[in-house]
Design a protein. Structure first.
Length: 548
């Protein structure tokens, strides 16, 4: 009998391997070839675009065609199911999840480069203009500190006449022109040498700006990539074990443990997202991060930041360096302040969910929606005069908690908000202390907005949407069913009698006299009703499966 069983198992393994070998690879190979080909073409044409930074239309068309090409591959060519050959692409899915963010960052890098080169062109033009001014040379044809100052004084009077004499623009231009004038003196009147030194001195600022932006933009995508790779590895490991044990290996599990296994497999497939078209949403989230971080580091423009960074690097003896505008909190646009709050929230939330092995594209979509809300809210707040730092601090907090900011604005304006309006905090999950803010965010990202949603949805489906500890989630659903049945107030009063969930209430039948003496017959009626509730039976079986 044992030998016969072994032969059957070997036949089942052979059948499974044969089925895997029969899955077509043509569509997967075509996808890989097209992605590589399009990537090489984009890189080659990108080098051409960098060679002539003034061809803005060509760079825009190149970026748009690349994005459209990758989106078409994702939508029409990439296999999304095992019967189409999706398993042959599974090892590449982490890199595919990172590609949209790299596209967004590459476009931002070109904009940085274009604005950097444009600022150097302005420096070249100003150096030539100063060098061609007759007053900058003395009688011996040399440039001295006195001739530079005299030329700048006359030039400022021409550029900023009358009422414009006291503007910040004049002070900024004066600082830049003074540095370029003294660089001309050191270069013996050679504008090309001035530009060469300016390029060398601002190169570090250019590299640092790109590096810091890449860190903020790619932090969450990199965590997502690791999460997808981890989910794919877990699926492959379990499939390998099943193949070794035979086709019916999952059926060998205890009956109570099978729902947990199915939910875990479903959750890993949701994280892997083979059957979903997430290229465009990922690209949108990457574009939001790129645009936001660009304005964080240079809120008044990259070109101006690169130009004035030369003044910081070349501050003359006895002169104060020009403070970068990004360090001036009082002058930063309101939208940038709100985005900083959102970015802090997004980084903390994504890192927490990654640590809990629960980061997926649903979380990114929730963060994208939250970021758009923050931007629109910041525009609305900027329509009213905001001049003091306390008001900007409120906008920053609104970036972290946008919905609470709307509630605060409504209260200040004496406007009543719909009671079903969602909240940032755990208010809609009151009475379930085991759910911390990160778990609440995970539930909301999965479409579960309140305790009543938690009680109404089958627990297997909830586990398939979020990766929260199965036993903890089972206890949370168990308590949510009790709150749904008798209300939060009576639920809290039952805690004094060591009754904290629906299964515990049902197990108390007949109800102890101490409970009925204090709370009446409401707990008894609820227990009788819940004893016939299929949800309670499902949760009881689920908790038993987590202990198996």
């Amino acid at each position: 009998m044992v030998a016969a069983a072994d032969r059957v198992d070997q036949k089942l393994v052979a059948v499974e391997r044969a089925r895997g070998a029969c899955v077509p690879r043509g569509r997967a190979n075509l996808t890989i070839a097209l992605v590589v080909l399009l990537g090489v073409v984009e890189i080659v044409l990108g080098i051409v675009a960098y060679g002539n930074f003034r061809e803005v239309d060509f760079a825009i068309a190149l970026a748009c065609l690349g994005v459209v090409g990758f989106a078409v591959i994702d939508c029409c060519i990439r296999p999304r199911f095992d019967r189409q050959g999706a398993e042959h692409l599974r090892r590449y899915m982490p890199f595919w999840s990172l590609l949209p963010f790299l596209c967004a960052l590459a476009s931002s890098s070109w904009v940085h480069y274009q604005q950097w080169e444009s600022s150097l062109a302005d420096i070249r033009e100003l150096a030539r203009e100063l060098n061609d001014t007759p007053t900058i040379h003395d009688a011996q044809g040399k440039i001295t500190a006195d001739t530079v100052e005299a030329t700048l004084t006359a030039g400022l009077a021409r550029r900023f006449p009358g009422e414009l004499a006291g503007t910040d623009e004049k002070r900024q231009f004066h600082e830049l022109a003074r540095v370029i004038g003294h660089d001309l003196k050191r270069a013996h009147g050679d504008p090309r040498e001035v530009v060469r030194r300016a390029r060398r001195d601002t190169l570090l600022d250019f590299v640092l700006a790109l590096g810091v932006q890449a860190l903020f933009v790619l932090w969450i995508p990199f965590l997502l990539m690791i999460s997808i790779a981890r989910a794919g590895h877990k699926l492959a490991t379990r499939a390998s074990v099943d193949c070794e044990l035979g086709r019916s290996a999952p059926d060998l599990l205890p009956a109570t443990a099978r729902p947990l296994r199915r939910s875990i497999d479903l959750r890993d497939r949701r994280i892997l997202a083979e059957d979903r078209l997430f290229f465009v949403p990922r690209l949108c989230f990457g574009a939001l991060l790129v645009l936001g971080t660009t304005y964080v580091f240079s809120p008044f423009g990259l070109k101006a930041s690169y130009t004035m960074s030369l003044v910081n690097d070349h501050a003359l003896p006895g002169h104060t360096s020009f403070a970068l505008w990004s360090n001036n909190f009082a002058a930063t646009p309101v939208t940038v302040v709100g985005f900083v709050g959102f970015l802090i929230y997004a980084l903390i939330t994504a890192t927490q969910r990654f640590a809990q092995d629960d980061l997926d594209d649903q979380a990114l979509l929730a963060l994208l929606a939250r970021g758009l809300i923050v931007i629109l809210l910041s525009f609305a707040l900027s329509s009213s005069p905001i001049n003091d730092e306390a008001a900007r601090l409120f906008v920053f907090i609104a970036g972290v908690f946008p919905l609470r900011a709307l509630e605060a604005i409504a209260k200040r304006a004496n406007v009543k908000i719909d009671p079903d309006f969602p909240s940032d905090g755990p208010g809609s999950f009151d009475g379930i202390p085991s759910l911390d803010p990160s778990k609440i965010f995970a539930l909301r990202a999965a479409g579960i907005q309140s305790t009543y949603d938690l009680a109404a949805m089958p627990i297997e489906e909830i586990v398939g949407r979020v990766r929260i500890d199965p036993r903890l989630l089972g206890r949370a659903v168990d308590r949510a069913i009790l709150i749904d049945a008798i209300g939060a107030k009576l639920t809290s009063e039952l805690e004094a009698f060591a009754i904290t969930s629906a299964t515990e209430l049902v197990a108390q039948q007949p109800m102890p006299a101490a409970v009925t003496d204090k709370l009446g017959d409401a707990p008894q009626r609820a227990a009788e009703r819940l004893a016939r509730d299929l949800r309670v039976d499902a949760v009881r079986r689920w908790l038993a499966s987590t202990q198996a």
